[in-house]
Design a binder for this molecule. Sequence first.
Ligand SMILES: [Cu+2]
Length: 108
Amino acid sequence: MKGLKILGLCTLLSVTLLGKEIQIVAYEWAYEPKEIVLKKDEPVTLTLVSKEGDHGLGSKELGFDLEASPGKPESVEIKPTEVGEYIGKCTVPCGSGHKKMLLKIKVE
Ligand SMILES: [Cu+2]
């Protein structure tokens, strides 16, 4: 029982210290997942991973702009301060489907 308690405490501590990370995979031409949900006033790390080609992901309102190519992911920590629905867009001209690369970002 004691061991379990300590384990629980450690999990709680690491979640608090490390925060939450969401990985978004970019490919030609979309993101996986297509939608992410963030919590207002909670720091979160967004990591963009590319499966093929060079892609970006940015949102002016949320204040970030990531670029990734295969084997070279990029991360940013953000803390959304307003509830709402935002759209993340690809910021690297990546080909014919570039404009279709949209990620729904919900802050609740
Ligand atoms: Cu693009």
